[in-house]
Ligand binder design. Sequence first.
Ligand code: 3HC
Ligand code: NAI
Length: 705
Amino acid sequence: MRTAVHYQVQDHVALLAIDNPPVNALSAAVRQGLLDAVNAAQADDTVHAVLITGVGKAFIAGADIREFGLPPQAPSLPDVCNAIEACSKPVVAAIHGPALGGGLEVAMSAHYRVATSSAKLGLPEVQLGLLPGAGGTQRAPRLIGAQAALDLMLSGRHIGAPEALRMGLIDHIATSDDIQLEGLAYVRHLLSEGAPVRRTSEQTHAMADRAVQQAAINAARADAAKRRGLFSPLKIVDCVQAALDLPFAEGLRTERALFQQCLESPQRAGLIHAFFAEREVLKAPETRYAKPRTIQQVGVIGGGTMGAGIAVAMLDAGLLVTLIERDEAALAQGRARVEKVYDGQIAKSRLTPQGRDDILARLSTSTDYAALSQADLVIEAVFEDMAVKYAVFAQMDRYGKPGAVLATNTSYLDVNAIASSISRPQDVIGLHFFSPAHIMKLLEIVVPAKVSPDVVATAFELARRLKKVPVRAGVCDGFIGNRILATYRTAADHLLEDGASPDEIDQMVRAFGFPIGPYEMSDLAGGDIGWATRKRRAATRDPRARYVHIADRLCEQGWFGQKSGRGWYRYAEGSRTGTPDPEVMAIVEAERAKAGVAPRSFTIEDLQRRYLAAMINEGAKVIEEGIALRPLDVDVTLVHGYGFPRHRGGPMKYADQVGLAQILADIRAFAQTDPLFWKPSALLITLVEAGRDFDSLNKMETPHA
Ligand code: 3HC
Ligand code: NAI
């Protein structure tokens, strides 16, 4: 078995080096290794001090997240931290790279801390639905005061060494990156000064002013209460209150009890699922064997909402961008949209005018497609119209250099058809950005049949450079996200016609944890967009499918949402918050009567069950057809592109938590009145019959490789 903690004594200093690649997570073997090493150092009279470092790229990235939910294994991390702190010889933590969560708690249990200038420190447990559970909630306030400790624990942000030094989290910044050397030098310095053992649990100065600490705790409690639905933030505040009120040992007991509650909460399971899913999506099959093409210059065709946002995303990643538009007027508008983003950042002091000018120096514009001849990647974001797409791709084919990746940002159109319309289908791929494209993290990478694997690998590499979360999707109407959206949005319309109001549905969706409901979203985006899509599809719609006309009636009135002052809601001049509109309800009632529906009332649970079941059933169909590689790809898509609450992990994870048998039973019950819409997914049936869940499919080698 490999050694997780190396131990040697060098010139009276015990050197403990944690070696658990890739990030030195505190797995059982590391905890045992640390405990044994501290005990050995304690027992060895020739040892005068102890130095803890990490091997490789990290000090310690925290507890081993893979162990949560499994039976606990001794020694526990709190016991290890207490043993480190109890050591009667000075213990120094020398930090390079990440010292996060349990990693920082180990460091805070040491008596002194030195860090390289590139170290990253933080207590990000809140992002996993947890709290620092190895004494961190008790030691951090004693070291840096309640306010700074709460800020770190509630935001989960990573801080650099200079900020850590300012707040008193570390004692010294090393001059070089050689952590062994620097750590040892610092130990020698401390020994030469006769520095005493200095236990964090015994520190009182940072919390000396009780009133100030209490005020910080009260403010944090008020803030945490606003993070609707999240469990661990308030528990973190409770722990800090305990740090203020109770002796250290009792505070630790409070922390342990509250940590256990967090550990058992479904939010912990959801957030940890999201953490791993966000990393798994990066490993699409093509990324394992194909070499990405080089991308330095990018062409963007269309400077509208999406094209301008995509151009900004590319510029922000340091790429050279050429923006193409139909005519000079549209080109000027496109450039103005890009500039507006940077001017906004200047107004918020996030950018200097010089910084903006430097970025814009990498942007050129033209109405001539010949300007694309040097681009390594050309992406079009022109109107969502197949004839326009064909015409634009013909130009891309004509002017694009050999080997250039040719991409479309289409939301729904057939990428196979687009690819087949030109002479080089192997270079064509879908890059589906979300609005606003420079902010939204999701990038659906739509893989058509004839594309070359290195083009897919290039798209994933591009996503990495753009700091996007990429999800591999197959070709179908709406790919993963918009296809599922279309289904649950239809379920909402059915509920509306069956008796719920837009407001009730929006409230139900927000209560589940989405930031915004479907009708509010429609008013924000503009009802005319969906209307145009519905009109385009009218001819191909299944005549047997239930169709709710209410949205069309609103659009016929010119009620498109916020931009027209009314939509599903009414908006007072300049307001972005709508109020329910009796005239909309009159239209709803008229349509119910026309459809022969006797309206009924729904509880919020009824509404949620149908809305979520529609989402899950379509998600299962998307997996069954190979449009999504695994359930986790659906989860990441809905979380990062559609506002599905991350603490629930995603719709497929949520389905597992509810139980697939229950979901299927619901779908079958709903199918009694509408068997076409509620046709259960074959995959869902298979899983229920086999007693399996969606997560069992995540664990398989990529099934569609
Ligand atoms: N436990 C187990 N595995 C971990 C891990 C952890 N704490 N942190 C990272 N990993 C794994 C990742 O899953 C990934 O595995 P893969 O290669 O199989 O996909 C691998 O390590 C590398 O991680 P990244 O791809 O994320 O590497 P980066 O270099 O981009 O980022 C990082 C490194 C900043 C350390 C980032 O991984 C990270 O933020 N990790 C989580 C840190 C964290 O949340 N720590 C708190 C844990 S909870 C805790 O400590 C509880 C305690 O209070 C009791
Ligand atoms: P938009 O209408 O804001 O912009 C389209 C732009 O393309 C216009 O500026 C127009 O002048 C330009 N254009 C049209 N034909 C052109 C041509 N032949 N050559 C050069 N420029 C041309 O539309 P939007 O919203 O930016 O959408 C663009 C594409 O992105 C569509 O395919 C859409 O489905 C897709 N999309 C839209 C999202 C959204 O939320 N708006 C989200 C994701 C994808």
